[in-house]
Every structure is written in structure tokens, then in C-alpha cells.
Write a protein that binds this ligand. Structure first.
Ligand code: AR6
Length: 166
């Protein structure tokens, strides 16, 4: 089983095999963590993303990391929260599962996730963290290290509480 770590701060700074991007279906950039990753990686990332032809919600795609310390970016598209009755929990779980499957297919050993869908897409942070921890605990058998990268203290505290319960 992988080591599970919580890091508070900017995911673009991490020296790790892959960082996960909370993208949108176009894969052509946006705000939040997506904007930060594209700014830090440089224009070459956008050029590679243009070749991918987008990504449906719940799926994942991999690119190089370009100017990032991270060797790869795994782009996944979280669900927009619409009240919980539109398969949002299942789709968010798919984001974690498909990102981990892609990382393991590329033989990557370490990966960092942001709190997918909990920003502009308004997924309730506690429920999102429960899904993230559950999927990582069951789907990361071939990884050495999985990081939950939290942009603020409140998010990090959610993960601390959940991991302490293990
Ligand atoms: N490092 C780590 N986490 C971050 C960073 C960062 N540099 N910046 C923000 N976060 P969001 P979503 C946290 O809105 O809800 C984009 O426009 C943030 O505090 O980035 O999945 C895309 O193009 C929050 O906890 O992603 C899509 O259109 C988490 O990352 C849309 O937003 C996710 O917030 C995706 O929305």
C-alpha cells in the first residue's frame, strides 16, 4: 500500500512523478488549479493538450510536465455539483480511479491530487475528501506515494481527520 501524505500548498511546486489537474472537458485550460498548472508548465502543455481532443467527465488523460518539476500531468475532469442526484459522487470516484489506473499503466510511483471539483465546480468538500481517500486506499496498490495536495488549511484538516480514522 502506498504512503498517503497531506501537503498544504501549491501543487505546481511538487517534485513528483505526476500531478493531477482538475481540468474541464476541453482540456484547454481555465482558472483555479488548472490555470496555475498551465502557467507553471508553459505553452508546450497547452500545445500537447490541443492534440488530445478533450476528455469526458470522470475520465483522465496524461501529458508531459514540461517546465514543472513533476514529470507528468494527469488531466481529469470532475463533475459539476448539481445537488448530488446527477451521479456526481460516482463521477468523482471515477476521476480518482482513472487517474490512478493511468499512473500505474505508465509505471509511475508517486502522484499528487488536488481536491478535484471542490472549487468552481462546488462539490461539497467533506464528501469529496471521503471519496478521494476511499478510492486511493483501494486503487493505488502499485504506487509508492500518494499526496493529497490541499490549497488551504480547512481542506487539509478534512483529510487529516479521515486519514487518522484508518
Ligand atoms: N494547488 C493546489 N490546489 C489548488 C491550487 C493550486 N495551485 N489552486 C486551486 N487549488 P478548482 P474544480 C484548489 O476550482 O472545482 C477550472 O477553471 C482549490 O482551492 O481549481 O474541479 C477548470 O478549467 C480547490 O480546493 O477546480 C474547470 O473549468 C481545488 O483546487 C474548473 O475550474 C479545486 O478547485 C474545475 O473546477
Amino acid at each position: 500500500m502506498a504512503d498517503l501524505d497531506i501537503v498544504e500548498g501549491d501543487i505546481t511546486r511538487l517534485d513528483i512523478d505526476a500531478i493531477v489537474n482538475a481540468a474541464n472537458e476541453s482540456l484547454l485550460g481555465g482558472g483555479g488549479v488548472d490555470g496555475a498548472i498551465h502557467r507553471a508548465a508553459g505553452r508546450e502543455l497547452l500545445a500537447e493538450c490541443r492534440t488530445l481532443g478533450g476528455c469526458p467527465t470522470g475520465e483522465a488523460r496524461i501529458t508531459k510536465g514540461y517546465r514543472l518539476k513533476a514529470r507528468h500531468v494527469i488531466h481529469t475532469v470532475g463533475p459539476v455539483w448539481r445537488g448530488g442526484g446527477a451521479r456526481e459522487p460516482e463521477l468523482l470516484a471515477c476521476c480518482y480511479r482513472n487517474s490512478l489506473a493511468l499512473a500505474q499503466a505508465y509505471d509511475l510511483k508517486s502522484i499528487a491530487f488536488p481536491a478535484i471539483s471542490t472549487g468552481v465546480y462546488r462539490f461539497p468538500p467533506h464528501q469529496a475528501a471521503e471519496i478521494a481517500v476511499r478510492e486511493v486506499q483501494t486503487q493505488a496498490a502499485a504506487m509508492d506515494r500518494v499526496v493529497f495536495c490541499c490549497f488551504d488549511r480547512a481542506t487539509a484538516d478534512l483529510y487529516r481527520t479521515l486519514l487518522a480514522r484508518r
